[in-house]
Design a protein around this ligand. Sequence first.
Ligand SMILES: Nc1ncnc2c1ncn2[C@@H]1O[C@H](COP(=O)(O)OP(=O)(O)OP(=O)(O)O)[C@@H](O)[C@H]1O
Length: 252
Amino acid sequence: MEGRPTLSDSLLDVRMRHRVGGVALDVEFGLTAPWTVLFGPSGSGKTTVLRAIAGFVRPAEGRIVKGGDVLIDTAAGEFVPAHRRPVRSAAQTAWLFPHKTVRWNLVYGNGWTTKPVDGMGVAEEVMSLFRLRELADRMPADLSGGERQRVSVARTVVSARTFRGAVCPLLLLDEPFTGLDAALRDELVIGLREWLGLWKVPVLSVTHDLGEAFQLGAEVIKLADGRIVEQGQVEVVLAEERRRLLERLRAE
Ligand SMILES: Nc1ncnc2c1ncn2[C@@H]1O[C@H](COP(=O)(O)OP(=O)(O)OP(=O)(O)O)[C@@H](O)[C@H]1O
């Protein structure tokens, strides 16, 4: 179709089959937008798709290619381990260094690809973005669950921005705004989208929150029972969910 991005422009192409729990995943999609949301009910396989892209799950069958680099091709016996992929991911559960401050976690918690000094300025910027400055000297044990999650996502954002590779890494965020109050989430979504757009860091995030998907105004991939139902602009793909939600709110 004229004017539409083609698969060859895609940031990432994913084709995979994998059985996890009671779900038989069978998906094929390409990412072309700066921010794409994987949307679906709990247990539909969203996290497993993210983990396969990151290299933490080895699909039974499939091929994942990022910007021309093959990350896995089961038919060809190729598999790039997680630590060598141009991908940075924040899981649903926040894993922080428990004996180090928030600032330390952001600056130094980025693994061998980043020299600590390089991350310093970026970490300070990201702390402001995530409203973490006043928590910078706290230990993880002295944070709420929502705050810990915010630190974990912020650390991954720092890590993506300071990534030392020839290409920009893909940022994978699994329910990044869960546990935040609505006002803070609004602020963060707007600020983060703008900041990542500025640095051209593409994002694939997971949510089952309709409000979040609309707020991100992103391209949406709708997943159900391990299959892709539809991919496209949020207003089109989630129109029915939105209609049902509005109906329910009106009835209350
Ligand atoms: N390691 C595992 N062993 C067995 N079953 C698993 C494992 N990981 C996930 N599952 C199951 O596989 C299915 C898909 O899980 P997945 O975490 O990918 O779903 P999800 O869409 O991300 O769910 P949620 O929104 O609740 O996080 C679920 O039924 C889950 O219980």
